[in-house]
Design a protein around this ligand. Structure first.
Ligand code: RP5
Length: 172
């Protein structure tokens, strides 16, 4: 799946079963108008295709890789081994260990091959996408302004909820 012509962010996931959670990353990238591509590729089940994709997408201008995987989550590490561009990992809850397995597999990279690791699940997918936007915004003033607007909207939302709670409590 490709959102627009020249993707700047590639969102990879290890299995179709990861799609419902990794969709949160697509939502953020769409919200900011960042061209992205999404692929289901597995470090274990399709190792050759992972390597080929990294080579071709890097040549095509992908700047940041987001990798969601559960269980023995090696996708981000393998991608990082093949590129010097930033790789952001989203550990996912699959199997019986609630995502702790994927979190540890993602975060315990040997020195020399960095991977940025986000929260397990949807919050991680959302934040990894926001981090990708932040990286791109370093050289895109329009994107940087949209990030500031996004932060302001969050403040407004929390304050509105706070006011509503106050009214509910006042009403007894
Ligand atoms: C990982 O194993 C995938 O990223 C997924 O989270 C997990 C289970 O995959 P399926 O057995 O559902 O395909 O590689």
């Amino acid at each position: 799946m490709t959102d627009q012509a020249s993707p700047r962010v590639a969102v990879l996931m290890g299995s179709a079963s990861d799609k419902p959670v990794m969709g949160a990353a697509f939502d953020v990238l769409r919200e900011f108008g960042v061209p992205f591509t999404g692929r289901i590729l597995s470090a274990h089940r399709t190792p050759d295709q992972v390597r080929d994709f990294i080579e071709s997408s890097t040549a095509d201008g992908v700047a940041v890789f987001i990798c969601g995987a559960g269980m023995a989550a090696h996708l981000a590490g393998v991608v990082a081994a093949h590129t010097t561009r930033p790789v952001l990992a989203v550990p996912l809850s699959a199997g019986n260990l609630g995502g702790l397995d994927a979190l540890l597999a993602s975060v315990q990279m040997p020195g020399g091959i960095p991977v940025g690791v986000y929260a397990v699940g949807k919050a991680g997918a959302k934040n990894a996408a926001l981090a990708a936007v932040q990286i791109l915004a370093l050289s895109d003033e329009g994107l940087a302004e949209r990030l500031k607007g996004h932060r302001r909207a969050q403040v407004d939302k929390v304050l509105a909820a706070d006011e509503e709670l106050g009214s509910e409590l006042d009403a007894g």
